[in-house]
Write a protein that binds this ligand. Structure first.
Ligand code: AMP
Ligand code: GLY
Length: 353
């Protein structure tokens, strides 16, 4: 079997590494892949313009690719999954409509309220003046978020009104996040401990993956600017059996049902970022994909076949899927270029010694 993984991060390295372990898999193509995937047995990096869905389709047909796994959010929000599925190619990843859960914070917050999913109080604004006026009416700290995709960096925690004003200036006036900042969400600041809950979802069926906790702040001891994630471990002890059940009942089930009633049933990895305090939880965000760096420690613990899991979801057979995990714990640490997440050099050599 030939497989295609879309993406270039550590997450895609883990997805390709795990997929390549199946005996039935002869080759895993990764477009574009990275220096790590280039070293994996049975894995081939591919130079393919993944923004051009016709080229991806042609490649899949030519190579008889039997499963496409889409790693990052951008191609999902751009509709790659819809396109490939419409061409009869087995594709694991949500539709463009369902990916709005990540693609627009206003969409997801409105969705949470509509379907009774616990979340922080918020307001959404399309312009600078009304968002600025709103700052006089709220308590601090507060959280200012660019509405659209900003590679995990569009969230600014503001200790006081001056910081919130500076955040609005950078988003609306300096366009720090480009079009992603054409709209902002201003949200109640939540205290507690964060956990990532990631599941494989197909319509109303769910297979929860092992729990994990990501650490987003750039500095030692969770200090400094937020990043896409500096490291993660699995399992996350904060998600005990009680919390696990609450997440399923209060977050995942209403989300799956809500998407079905909106006409956009979900297929793919569904990731809820949660804040947990005193046994209660609130959703910070949804991602329509596997987490990076959570994928790395989670897949290290997965004993079952990732390929079979994705195909079971695509074929609506999750009900009978039995997933197995090792009891061992795992951890992944991100090595970033100096200056990350602000200005930093890329294409530096990573040394293993
Ligand atoms: P998001 O992309 O919305 O998950 O935000 C990225 C990170 O910002 C989260 O993982 C939290 O660390 C932090 N964050 C987001 N929203 C809030 C909030 N309402 N209260 C406190 N921290 C938040
Ligand atoms: N680790 C956070 C994310 O993947 O969004």
């Amino acid at each position: 079997m030939q497989i295609l993984v879309i993406g270039s991060g550590g997450r895609e390295h883990a997805l390709a590494w795990k997929s390549a372990q199946d005996e039935s898999v002869t080759n895993v193509f990764v477009a574009p892949g990275n220096a790590g995937t280039a070293l994996e047995p049975k894995v081939t990096n591919l130079s393919l313009d993944t923004n051009n869905f016709i080229k991806v389709e042609n490649f899949c047909k030519e190579k008889h690719v039997e499963l496409v796994i889409i790693g990052p959010e951008q191609p999902l929000v751009d509709g790659m999954s819809d396109y490939l599925q419409s061409k009869g190619i087995n594709t694991f990843g949500p539709s463009q409509a369902a990916a709005q859960l990540e693609g627009s914070k206003t969409f997801s917050k409105d969705f949470f309220i509509k379907y009774g999913i616990p979340t922080a109080a918020y307001a959404s604004f399309n312009d600078y003046d009304s968002s600025k006026n709103y700052l006089d009416t709220i308590e601090y700290p507060t959280v200012v978020k660019a509405d659209g995709l900003a590679a995990g960096k569009g969230v600014i925690i503001c200790a006081d009104k001056d910081e919130a004003l500076a955040a609005l200036d950078s988003i609306f006036k300096d366009q720090a996040f480009g079009e992603a900042g054409n709209r902002v969400v201003i949200e109640e600041f939540l205290e507690g401990e964060e956990a990532s809950f990631i599941a494989v979802v197909s319509k109303d069926k769910i297979v929860p993956l092992a729990t994990s906790q990501d650490h987003k702040a750039v500095g030692e001891g969770d200090t400094g600017l937020n990043t896409g994630g500096m490291g993660a471990y699995s399992p996350a002890p904060i998600v005990d059996e009680h919390i696990h059940q609450k997440i399923i009942d209060q977050v995942m089930k209403p989300t799956m049902a809500g998407l079905i009633s909106e006409g956009s049933p979900y297929l793919g990895f569904l990731y809820a970022g949660l804040m947990i305090k005193n046994g209660e939880l609130k959703v910070l965000e949804f991602n329509c994909r596997f987490g990076d760096p959570e994928t790395q420690p989670i897949l290290l613990r997965l004993k079952s076949s990732l390929v079979d899991l994705c195909l079971a979801a695509i074929n609506d057979e999750l009900d009978s899927y039995q997933i197995n995990w090792t009891e061992q714990h795992s951890c992944g640490v991100v090595i970033a270029s100096e200056g990350y997440p602000e200005n930093y050099a890329t294409n530096k050599e990573v040394c293993s010694t």
